[in-house]
Ligand binder design. Structure first.
Ligand code: AMP
Length: 425
């Protein structure tokens, strides 16, 4: 029988075995962030809804269909963040980061919320890890962001990934392309799905990444933005590609990749896993340049670029590939106890070891010595301390060398200091 209460549809618990993967990814991201000089930032999970309407874009699926919004008692309209970038841009402006040495390089790791149709790899609460560089327009930073995402996946030994790449132009060239595309789409309107019919007016570029069977032919004959980029965007994109080649990162141009959000300019990319036939699966990471966002939110024109990795999907990929993380903890000393009095003294002795910085483990839930010694073996303990009824009465403890089996008696008061000496050897 199912328990009465279940987790909310589309939201999942992360159980200890899986959490090891989340921790590992956090650790790798932290090391990489430090090397590339990114500072950790944490923003609130709730933001004013307007932030996402303005930055993510009123015509996007996220804002139209997927936001978890609520009205507070005070009448404010708040939204659980569906992505990280708008919050970072808000924080950049709110804390005057434009006056910090530029570019500002920030990274984050936390949950996001989207009311999507739950399915494999698509949750309503999921975890993202992101990198943002605000205040630099160079193509080298776009390439570095892609390289960083690739490096995180590589460090985790996730294989068969491919970088898909496109440029969606800037405010100079995109409006012209958008018009051209919209007029083409209008001429083919009857062949589009219901959602795309609506998108022609609101967000025609989004049609390019529609997955509906019906829209595929129309898409394949649509004008491509690559042929309509202005000179500056063309040069910028060419440079991104050259940098990627320079660091031997294979990529595939995808003219249909638009990433659906309003704030992107120029470079957009996704990293996907490929199936056996070389078909890209759901993306593990995605991002791009967003030179217009800071201005949209009321700041000065400020170039920026960034990316987010989907941690839940990366964890699934790592598990599918049988990648192991979080080896069983190894300790130097295992504390075994016998009898009531032995158990009583053990709690303090164990605490003394923690304070003295001795790596130790216990199993107070066991009573039999045999089963405790088995656990000591699992921990790979070099020494086991045996504290029984007799020792507790005498104020001693037995130290057993697990390799040689040799045993000696130590005074309980000085046992921790003595052990520290032994394990230093
Ligand atoms: P996006 O900005 O939507 O491309 O999100 C960046 C990354 O987050 C994606 O590449 C996915 O790996 C992950 N992601 C996005 N939406 C979800 C979701 N609903 N459930 C799980 N992961 C997601």
């Amino acid at each position: 029988m199912k328990p009465k209460f279940q987790a909310v549809t589309g939201m999942h618990d992360i159980l200890p075995d899986d959490f090891k993967y989340y921790e590992k990814i956090y650790q790798i991201a932290g090391e990489i962030a430090e090397f590339y000089n990114f500072n950790r930032i944490e923003t609130p999970i709730l933001e004013y809804s307007d932030l996402f309407v303005k930055s993510t874009g009123a015509a996007t699926d996220i804002v139209q269909k997927q936001m978890y919004s609520l009205k507070t008692r005070g009448g404010d309209s708040l939204t659980l963040r569906p992505e990280g970038t708008p919050s970072i841009a808000r924080a950049y402006l709110e804390h005057g980061m434009a006056n910090w040495p530029q570019p500002v390089r920030l990274w984050y790791y936390g949950p996001c919320f989207r009311h999507e149709k739950p399915q494999a790899g698509r949750y309503r609460q999921f975890w993202q890890l992101g990198f943002e560089v605000i205040g630099h327009s160079g193509a080298i930073i776009d390439a570095q962001i892609i390289q960083i995402c690739g490096n995180i996946l590589k460090e985790l030994k996730i294989k068969d990934t491919i970088i898909e790449l496109n440029s969606i132009g800037d405010l100079m060239c995109r409006p012209h392309y958008r018009k051209l595309l919209a007029s083409y789409l209008r001429s083919r309107e009857s062949a589009l799905c219901a959602d795309c019919k609506r998108r022609i007016k609101e967000n025609p570029l989004r049609i390019l990444d529609c997955k509906e069977e019906k829209c595929q032919v129309v898409k394949s004959q649509a004008p491509q933005i690559m042929d309509h980029l202005c000179q500056e965007c063309k040069t910028h994109f060419k440079e991104v590609l050259e940098y990627l080649e320079e660091v031997n990162l294979p990529y595939r141009l995808n003219p249909y990749l638009v990433r659906g959000l309003d704030y992107y300019t120029r470079t957009v990319f996704e990293i996907c896993q490929e199936d056996k036939d070389g078909q890209a699966q759901a993306s593990l990471a995605g991002g791009g340049r967003y030179d217009g966002l800071i201005k949209i939110l009321g700041g000065k024109e400020t170039p920026a670029t960034g990316a987010a990795l989907g941690i839940d999907r990366i964890v699934t990929a790592a598990k599918q590939a049988d990648i192991k993380v979080g080896e069983t903890k190894k300790v130097k000393v295992f504390l075994a106890q016998l009898g009531n009095l032995g158990k009583k003294k053990s709690l303090k002795l164990f605490e003394d070891m923690r304070r003295a910085g001795v790596s130790a483990a216990e199993s107070f839930d066991r009573d039999s010595l045999k089963s405790q010694l088995k656990i000591a073996d699992k921990y790979g303990a070099k020494y086991t301390l045996l504290l029984g009824q007799k020792e507790a009465l005498e104020g001693t403890v037995i130290l057993r060398n697990m390799e040689s089996g040799k045993q000696e008696s130590l005074k309980l008061d000085t046992a921790v200091a003595e052990i520290k000496k032994r394990i230093r050897k």
